[in-house]
Design a binder for this molecule. Sequence first.
Ligand code: SAH
Ligand code: SF4
Length: 354
Amino acid sequence: MPETITEIREIPAIKTDSEILHFITTEDPHEAEGLFAAARKVRSEHYRNEVYFRGLVEFTNYCKNDCYYCGLRRSNAGVGRYRLSLDEILRSCQIGDTLGFKTFVLQGGEDPYFPDDRVVEILRAIRGAYPDHAITLSIGERPRESYEAFFKAGANRYLLRHESACEEHYAMMHPASMSLAARKGCLYTLNSIGYQVGAGFMVGTPFQKPEHLLEDLRFLRDLQPHMIGIGPFIPQADTPFRNYPAGALEQTLRMVALARLLLPKALIPATTALGTISPVGRERGLMAGANVVMPNLSPKEVRKLYALYDNKICTGDEAAECRYCMEGRIRNFGFVPNMGRGDAAGWTASGLSS
Ligand code: SAH
Ligand code: SF4
């Protein structure tokens, strides 16, 4: 390994790569709890016990890519495809606004039906109706010009998980048409434009080794993203990875905690995938250092179709049910909802004017 991650000082025993690897792999519950406690402490220094709410609109499940792990991959003929119209997207945002959300996250597959001008039209419409809300995009890889156009049209943030920071491992999860270099390039581009950027990865993907997870942490340290999405891999029955086991809850939680210790100010969601592998997965994510939840605002009729993985939770609920269910859950664990925009601590707008 070329260098050592030295930024993690909160726990004296986590300074070197081998110490980090130890925490990536330890099965000792006492050690893990020490890690989680340290992560909670660091989180509370920047964000107290508040949890930010983001309203998620999954607006298309068409995708031109063929990631081996994902149920939306183009080769999956078993999923009914849908796209939301501009009106349906705006209606979802309106419901979200009524419920108090100040951030909308527009996520979808890489869908050629939405070229830049369509995305710009959507962004302008949302921005026009909600001048003070944050708009987060998560629609995959595009050229710099596209990202710039989206930024100018009102997008503030962009989620693009790097998936694996190791070339070899990345190539085992994606067809040759996709590359880690391109993915990383997009992330650095987004950063330079002035977006608040989210990277991240799945835990427990096929062929993943502890060293890959260390490499993921290294990459995060280098990129310094504002947001970090970490969730367990969960097999989807119609994908090439259907027979691989899901990522482990405990290891996912340890990765959340390590990410928190490494990037203390990051906004880290307790992901839906965590909630899918355990009934209290999201709550435990918060107890391991996460500080964001993303209740779903998509119309109930399409929820089941956004099937990244099997048994996804919250597919039968209305937006309001998700919003209040999450509030109850986090309060039970001593957290308080924050419905504000929730920009990353210390973040000030820069880059292109919007
Ligand atoms: N198309 C966009 C956004 C939608 S996919 C993109 O790929 O960036 C959003 C995330 O879902 C992906 O980044 C991936 O990490 C996650 N995901 C996909 N398939 C999954 C699976 N089987 N288990 C867990 N997470 C999965
Ligand atoms: Fe498409 Fe994203 Fe799924 Fe890959 S992970 S197939 S890019 S929706």
